[in-house]
Design a protein around this ligand. Structure first.
Ligand code: SAH
Length: 252
């Protein structure tokens, strides 16, 4: 059996209980060494073989999985954060389907959740934003035209940008071209969320590139944007004493 497992966003104790158990049972772990905290490997058994996929192609990865499967061994493919976001797992699953090899997926704490924790923030504040757009700036990997950053930015809701830290001059221009955010809209750069060396830089849309430059942040960071980083919001109705719902009568 092959298990795709989300390692979580950094902190080794942020892997799920199921993920840690699967690591303990694995004969082989293939992990994304460029982003997964190697401390997560503390959950593996002594006999377990470990491969860093950073220097491997997808074909290399599938070959290791197939070889283990033939020998009746268990493989864990350990991905950073949650594998469903920019994880390139679909292409691996399709290859395994072609070979008739069985697999399952265990989710993980994505870095966008880790970043909210680092910011001590809530992405969905009443009367501020009730939607979160997770996207990236087009770089060497293109983004479909309908999802151009300026179009996504036009909604003015909470945004979380992955894989865009090296492109912040263009990010600023695109965010402003959307016509809803201004240079003063709050933003934050979260570097290595939930890792021991996590850093948070609060800034504005107009100072994103400058903030990254001054602090030498070029990768392993998320860019968050929107009024959720500000001070204005409405209380939630769910806990409002004057509001009745299925579990509670209004007390005032
Ligand atoms: N599947 C992962 C994302 C992989 S794409 C997840 O769910 O988090 C890799 C990008 O994710 C990086 O370029 C960076 O933008 C972001 N990233 C991953 N881990 C991060 C962390 N701990 N802190 C900030 N950004 C992170």
């Amino acid at each position: 059996m092959i298990h795709f497992v989300g390692a979580g966003s950094g902190g080794a104790d942020l892997i799920t209980v199921r993920g840690a158990r699967l690591l303990g049972e694995a004969d082989c772990i293939i992990y994304a060494g460029s982003l997964v905290n190697p401390d997560v490997l503390q959950y593996k058994s002594e006999h377990c073989a470990v491969y860093d996929s950073a220097g491997m192609t997808m074909e290399d990865v599938i070959a290791v999985m197939a070889e283990n499967e033939k020998a009746g061994k268990t493989t864990v493919r350990l991905h950073t954060g949650d594998p469903s976001l920019y994880g390139a797992i679909r292409e691996q699953m399709d290859e395994l389907d072609k070979l008739g090899l069985p697999y399952d997926v265990t989710p993980g704490v994505s870095s966008f959740c880790g970043a909210a924790a680092a910011l001590q923030a809530e992405y969905t504040l009443p009367e501020v934003s009730q939607s979160v757009i997770i996207t990236r700036m087009a770089g060497r990997t293109p983004v479909p035209e309908g999802e151009a950053l300026r179009k996504m930015a036009s909604h003015g809701c909470t945004m979380v940008l992955f894989l865009s830290t090296g492109l912040l001059e263009d990010v600023e221009k695109e965010l402003l071209a959307g016509g809803t955010y201004t240079k003063d809209t709050p933003a934050a750069i979260v570097y290595k969320a939930t890792w021991p060396d996590e850093k948070v830089f609060r800034c504005t849309v107009g100072t994103l590139a400058k903030t990254a430059r001054e602090n030498h942040i070029t990768k392993t960071a998320l860019i968050t944007i929107g009024g959720f980083l500000g001070t204005e919001y409405e209380r939630s109705k769910l806990y409002d004493p004057t509001f009745t719902h299925g579990y509670r009568e209004a007390s005032r």
